[in-house]
Design a protein. Sequence first.
Length: 621
Amino acid sequence: MFSAIPHRRPLLAIVAAWLLLYASWTLFTPPLMDDADSVHAEAAREMLARHDWVTLHADGIRYLEKAPLLYWSMAASMRIFGVHDWAARLPLALSMLALLLAVYAFGHRALGPRAALYAALILALSPGCFLYTRFLIPDILVCLWTTLALYAFWRVEEFDAPPLRFQLLFAAACALNVLTKGLIGLLFPVGISLLALLVTRDLRGALRRLAALRPVLTTFVFLLIAAPWHVLAALRNPSQGHLPGINFSHWPWLVPQPTQGTVHGWLWFYFLNEHLLRYLNLRVPRDYDTVPLWIFWLLTVVWLLPWTAWLFASPRKRTPANDSTRRTTLLLALWASAVLIFFSFSTRQEYYSLPALPALALLIGRLLAIEDDAPPNTPPRRSGINISLVLAILLVPIALAAAYIALFVHAPSGATLSLLLSQNPNNYALSLGHVLDLRRNLSALAFFRLPLTLTALAFAVGPLANYFARRRSRPFAGNTCLFAMMVVFLVAVHLAFTTFNPILGSKPLAASIATQHPAASDLIVIHGEYESASTLGFYLHRDDLHLLDGRSSNLWYGSFFLDAPPRFESAASLAAAWSSPTRVFLWHDLSDATRPLPALSPVFVIATNGGKQVLSNQPAR
């Protein structure tokens, strides 16, 4: 299937970039973050502990909103290597390697070896892919399955008698995509393929190529892989329980009214609530935010910087209307456009554009290869020089600003990073919302001296070296300089994440609780939502954390099922437990003014870290 990967040097370059940034020290640092990162790792750990590979649970409560494949892979990894954060991260790292090889194989067959190498390295060194493999979300897997499906479609569409394995690959990739992210895993590959056929061929030719996909066989294979989990999930999570406070009368055309005292089961919650209602911004509970459209499109450009600058270049290389390369570039353009336009009309997070990045990387790789092959002083070469000059003008001032902060900005004596941050809780529903905490207090950046120094070095040397290499008609050397620049910059990004981690995670506080040797009967309480301190569950191997003022977000819907364990405390019940012989540990965010602590006595401070605190009703042992 991947016989299109014959050369050793390109593979070594791709694997080396992957090892350095995705599969070495970055697997082990930093600790997991609170919210999605550790919630997903904990769901996989509980899957393993409960021996339930159908219904996800978090903190012992049904967690129905996610497809299972990422959690299956993490649970399998933890079963082999033990329950470690690096074991949870390993499947995502391996998925990234598979994505790079799939992009290289696609590019090598369709666009040539140089374009393929460029595309794979652009993706490996892209800020978007790197950032969204720092925590455990499934979108890189979506990129992988979408790439494999459309590569298989391209092979079937371009060749009169493609081997059967490509039709099977298309069906299997679509099925695995559905098991990763739900219905968009089918919508994107199938929709893009049909659109490409209609645009590039007449109706008869499109129907003939569609028949070459063997729709009956591929549908059977798709259902064989994707259907069993969906059937089991529906059977094991029927409607039950009691769900107050939700009015379905707004959508009588959409969902049947529940009978009195019942909560809709998995079928309604997963397909209608998590797919259709989320897309329409009507999902319940309303615990999410959406990125403004202009920021979403701007970040798509940022996720592939500096390479997206070449998308604005014109290679001035005409190809015949029916040429295979023209059809391929049109398929890639439709692929990227379909993803971005689809999410332009829905609620969206910063990373929803990731499935478009492989297509954009392949398009950019082709433009860079055209520039390499062009003679000196031709339009592709002049365009490359102009783009390089613009990049230098943009990035060198950033380097100077980073150097200034690294050299001259200092934190007040005795200050900690958590004290210097400006809290913006309204932004925390966004995946990068906490980064905005840095914007109002420049002295907080003093804690990021090493990442800033590396950024200054990368953005001062890389763009200038690239510009002068292209001026000397050496575009490949210029691209190599940019690749090296991005390696240094992404190392800086990872170091910054590590510095910021005490604010984003609670592992040090989990370690402090662990030193007290808590018994199974001891009560561990999070003051707030489960997601605000979900690392406690993973690192303490506890699925019985209690919540004070936290019946919301991921655990809200599942908490109304009849088998949901009691997890939610009131101020009165916590005060009663606090004054009893039971030992209680209470996690509290010192910066959260919206949730003041109830009156408790006595109070002993067990640990403080990252602006958060663990209190107890008994002194430390």
